[in-house]
Design a protein around this ligand. Sequence first.
Ligand SMILES: Cc1cc2nc3c(=O)[nH]c(=O)nc-3n(C[C@H](O)[C@H](O)[C@H](O)COP(=O)(O)OP(=O)(O)OC[C@H]3O[C@@H](n4cnc5c(N)ncnc54)[C@H](O)[C@@H]3O)c2cc1C
Length: 386
Amino acid sequence: MDFSLGERTEAFRVEVRAFLDEHLTADVIERMHASGTFNDKDFNGALAEAGLLAGAVPGYGDRDPIELYVLFNELEKAGAPYDGLAVTMLVAGVIHAMGTDFHHTEVLERLLTGEFNCCLGYSEPDHGSDVAAITTKAVRDGDEWVIDGQKMWTTMAHEADWVILLTRTNPDVPKHKGLTMFLVPMGLPGIEVQPVPTMASERTNATFYSGVRVGDEWRLGEVDGGWAVMGVALAFERGVMGGTNPAVPLLNHVRNWAAEAPSPDGGTMLDDPLLRERLARTAMANQVSQLLTLRAAWIAATGGLPGLEGSMAKLYATERYQQAVGWFQQMAGAEGLLSFGVDGAAADGWIDYDGRHSPVVTIYGGTTEINRNNVAERHLGLPRAR
Ligand SMILES: Cc1cc2nc3c(=O)[nH]c(=O)nc-3n(C[C@H](O)[C@H](O)[C@H](O)COP(=O)(O)OP(=O)(O)OC[C@H]3O[C@@H](n4cnc5c(N)ncnc54)[C@H](O)[C@@H]3O)c2cc1C
C-alpha cells in the first residue's frame, strides 16, 4: 500500500483548503454550534458551486474515494459543518450504487445542488446496535406501501428532504432477511419530527411514522433486500466520510490556548512538560488516525468495501479523542469546564465542547463495543460475540 497521495489528489487538497479559507467563516462555525445543527445549506451550496460536491458522492463522477477522504478530512480538521453533508453524500452514494433512474432524477441530482438533504432512519428506541431487529413496518397496498413505526436519533430530520428508512416487510423470516429500504420524502402526511437535544449540543430527533403512504418507486433495492443496502451505506459511514479525525481541531485550539494561558509555575502552559507531552501524544494519535482512515479510503478506491478497516479507524480515533480531551480538561482545571461565550473559558470553550462531544462519537455510526466485536471477529478470528 502506497501512502503518498499523488499530484492530482494533493492538488485537490489545495483546492479544498482554498475553498475553506474563503467560505468557512467564524459566523458559519458559530451558527452551527448555536443551532446544534451541523449542516449549513449556504455552505453546502457554495461547495456545489465550486464543483466539490459531485466529487463527494462515493463512486460518482471522476473523483475517487481517496479524494472523497481528502474532502471530508479537510472539512473535519477545519471544524466545518459537515455531518449533514456526509450523511447526504452517503445516501447519494447508495443511490448511485443501487438506485433506479427515478431515484437519480428525483433525488440524486437535487442532492448535488447542496440545497437538499437526507437523514438516516435506521435506529429505533429499542434497536440501535442490533439494527436488523427493527420493527417499523412497511405493508404493501397495491402500488404503495404503508409505513408505521418510530425511529430514534434521526439526526438532521428537521432539515432533511428525504429519509433513508429501514423497515420490516417480512416478520416471518430471519431478521436480516425481512428488511426493505425506502427513500421517504419527509413532507409526506403522517411523519412527525420531535427534537432531542444532546449534551454535545448537537440536536437530533425522534421521528414518528403513522400510516405514511409511499409509492413503490421510492423503494431502494429489492423487497426484503434492505440488509444489502445497509451494507453499502455502513461501509462508507465508518471511515471514509469524516468522523475519524475529531481531535485535530481540538489540538489546534489547545495549542493556541496554551501559548497564551499563564502557567502556575511561571511562563505559559506551553512551557509545562506534561502538557507538551500530551500535545505530542495527541498529534501522534491524530497521525495514526489519519493513516488508518487513508487505508479505509484506499480499500474503497481499489474496489473494496472497507467495513473492517473503517471500524478500526473509527475505534482508534474516537477513543484517542476522548482520552486527549480528558487530559486537556485536567490541565485546564475549572476553566476547562466553561462553555463558549463564558468569560475565562479555556480555549474559548472548545475544551468544554470537546469534553461533551467526545462520548457521542463513540456511540453513533456503531458503538465502540460493536466496532471492537467487528475487529475481534473479522480480523482476529475470535468467536462470535452473539
Ligand atoms: C447523537 C447521536 C446521533 C445519532 N444519529 C443517528 C442517525 O442519524 N440515524 C440513526 O439511525 N441512528 C443514529 N444514532 C443512533 C446510534 O447509531 C445508536 O445510538 C447506536 O447504534 C447504539 O444503539 P443504541 O443507542 O440503541 O444502544 P444499544 O444498542 O442499546 O447499546 C447499549 C450499550 O450496549 C452495548 N452493546 C450492544 N450490543 C452489544 C454487543 N453485541 N456486544 C457488546 N456490546 C454491545 C453498546 O455498545 C452500548 O454500549 C445516533 C446516536 C446518537 C447518540
